[in-house]
Design a protein around this ligand. Structure first.
Ligand code: AGP
Length: 612
């Protein structure tokens, strides 16, 4: 939720820290702060609002000479969980003596108890945050060995954290630790960087160390020394980042979201590369790490995720049942982890997550593990916690997704779920002919998406009819129901229009009461066995004055009921979920653009939700 950056080296720290914060801003952007180690002690500046505000303050208050002399620092961009976005609540937080500064990503669950103990000792807190308790606790234990003090403090802490700590008395050192929140260390030439995710350090080094839960590291310009909370040395591999710096830049697009929408022919091509077996009408997913026997013996697939990832799972649900005759279900991860789920060794639990850090999905993985289920991750971020804890799975290879609204991850997730269903089906129900036909359809996906992207301008035109409306419905049936949910989520997230996705048949059981004349109703009316039913539901809306926008199949049956149409190319109804989703992503994007919304960083949201 928050973004942490740290630098210890021989160059000026400030530009590296501010540059890193800008890259992590999608994780939280309501306030920011930085602390530098200087010959005069610790220098700290904090500001409410975006990183640009903090950068202005740094320029105004710290001379170039002063900045140039500081080669060690930590910084933070915040997504408030405890205490409003104020300067006092912004990180870095200090200990009682101001000799220590600490930045934190996560939630300290027992902070009230820690705070009460410290207040009883005379501490006067200056913020409403959970984090300040940890900073003051470190100060309490600090007897000249910062790492020891951090470990002693963390032994009392319950909750999730990624932290970085500096002391005025230990120049050239940063102590970091993680439990539940992501933290990577970048190993450079004569410098080390710390970040919540690799996008903040890719322009400095490709060599990274992913910390595991319980790791504490002492980082200097030339060394990284990792132990656990019992001071036992821990050995961690140095991995190599494979994505390009350009992947985390806008590349001439106005917004990351539009760039990522237009990247989907390539990102879906990457998801399919080396996995689609067109000769045998099946798929090769070596990462699943299961034998053919194990896959055949599966009794059920349970997909868990949150938000857009949950919607992708819902499309997967249709694919597994229709193609593989395999019982499938989808559960919101936040529910799965607490409901004592009925899963066992013959169930495959698929954890779907773009970031691989979503707290509820991570907890669902751990719950499924405890229950002895087979686990696999369907993840985009390489080396992320869910990927490592699931132990096996499939990477999307979609490249970094910066915009808070997930787009290319969704189409990548659905594409891989179709591959999984194809693979599992060939051993069960699906004939070779049907498998070959479906594999050929899946292989068309990049061109199907390109066909939708060519309509960008036409879709922008349709968006104009929605701009003034504060409410909208999205309707779909079968695998298009989750696509309707996803379309509504995209519009909600970035344009602040109150959009709801419904199963088209559900409307008359209540929600239709909300319909008012002119209200936009987006209907997924592509060629499918239930098209007539869907068009009937659109008629019900039309009869009450709705403005009907229909997503229809090019060259397919007309949607006479529609006031406006968006065309998607003709393809298998399961495969059509992807071009249809791209059309709805563009629709939401243009409505938000026309409403002047901050598309890449919508209010109140963050890219990966690392707290419950
Ligand atoms: C989608 O646009 C949102 N950013 C959000 O719903 C997201 O899908 C959800 O938080 C899950 O994130 P994950 O895929 O990284 O686990």
């Amino acid at each position: 939720m928050c973004g942490i950056v740290g630098y210890v080296g021989r160059s000026a720290a400030t530009p590296v820290l501010l540059g890193g914060l800008r890259r992590l801003e999608y994780r939280g952007y309501d306030s920011a702060g930085v602390t530098l180690q200087s010959s005069e002690g610790l220098l700290t500046l904090r500001a409410v609002g975006k990183v640009a505000r903090l950068a202005d303050k740094v320029r105004a208050e710290w001379s170039d000479a002063r900045q140039a002399s500081c080669v060690v620092g930590i910084a933070h961009t915040r997504w408030a969980t405890h205490g409003a976005p104020t300067e006092a609540n912004a990180h870095p937080h200090a200990d009682a003596g101001g000799r220590i500064r600490l930045v934190h990503n996560g939630i300290i669950e027992n902070y009230r108890a820690l705070r009460a103990k410290l207040e009883a000792k005379g501490h006067v807190f200056t913020s409403e945050t959970d984090t300040e308790a940890v900073a003051r606790l470190v100060g309490e234990y600090n007897k000249g060995d910062l790492r020891k003090a951090v470990i002693s403090a963390l032994r009392q802490v319950e909750g999730a954290y990624g932290i970085a700590v500096v002391s005025a008395d230990e120049p050239g050192r940063i102590v970091v630790a993680r439990k539940g929140s992501p933290l990577v260390i970048g190993v450079g030439e004569g410098e080390c960087l710390i970040a919540s995710d690799p996008s903040a350090l890719i322009s400095h080094t490709r060599r990274v160390i992913y910390l595991d839960d319980g790791d504490v590291a002492l980082v200097t310009a030339d060394s990284v020394d990792i132990t656990d909370l019992d001071h036992a040395p821990m050995d961690r591999d140095v991995a190599r980042l494979e994505f390009e710096v350009s992947a985390v830049e806008k590349g001439g697009f106005e917004h990351f979201m539009l760039k990522e929408i237009h990247e989907q022919p390539e990102s879906v091509r990457n998801a399919l590369r080396g996995r689609l077996d067109l000769l045998n009408g099946t798929a090769v997913l070596s990462g699943m790490g299961a034998t053919a026997r194990e896959l055949l013996d599966l009794q059920r697939i349970v997909m868990v995720g949150c938000g857009t990832s949950l919607h992708a799972g819902m499309v997967g649900d249709f694919a597994f049942e229709e193609l593989a005759a395999l019982q499938a279900e989808v559960q919101p991860a936040a529910e799965f982890r607490y409901r004592n789920p009925l899963v066992d060794g013959r169930d495959l639990v698929v954890a779907i997550s773009q970031s691989g850090e979503t707290a509820d999905t991570l907890a669902a993985v751990r719950e499924a593990k405890d229950k002895g289920a087979m686990i696999m991750g369907l993840v985009n971020v390489v080396g992320s916690t869910i990927a490592r804890e699931a132990g096996r799975g499939v990477y999307l290879h979609a490249g970094p997704e910066i915009s808070v609204a997930s787009t290319k991850a969704f189409t990548g997730q659905v594409a891989v779920l179709l591959l999984m269903a194809l693979k599992l089906s060939r051993g069960r129900r699906l004939s070779r002919e049907r498998g070959l036909a479906l594999a050929a359809e899946i292989a068309r996906l990049p061109e199907l998406i390109e066909a939708v992207l060519r309509q960008d301008a036409a879709i922008a035109k349709v968006a104009e009819s929605m701009v003034k409306h504060e409410h909208a419905f999205f309707l779909g049936r079968g695998p298009m129901h989750p696509v309707a949910l996803e379309g509504a989520l995209k519009l909600k997230e970035i344009s602040y229009v109150h959009a709801e996705g419904y199963h088209a048949a559900e409307l008359k059981h209540g929600p239709i009461a909300l319909l008012t004349p002119g209200m936009p109703v987006v209907v997924l009316a592509n060629r499918s066995p239930v098209l007539d039913k869907t068009l009937g539901n659109a008629e019900e809306c039309k009869a009450r004055g709705a403005h009907v926008i229909a997503i229809v199949t090019e060259g397919g049956p007309e949607a006479a009921v529609a006031d406006e149409v968006i065309l998607i190319p003709d393809c298998d109804p399961l495969v059509a979920t992807i071009p249809a989703a791209v059309a709805l992503q563009l629709l939401a994007y243009h409505v938000a653009r026309l409403r002047g919304c901050p598309i890449d960083q919508p209010r109140n949201l963050a890219k990966s939700v690392t707290v419950e």
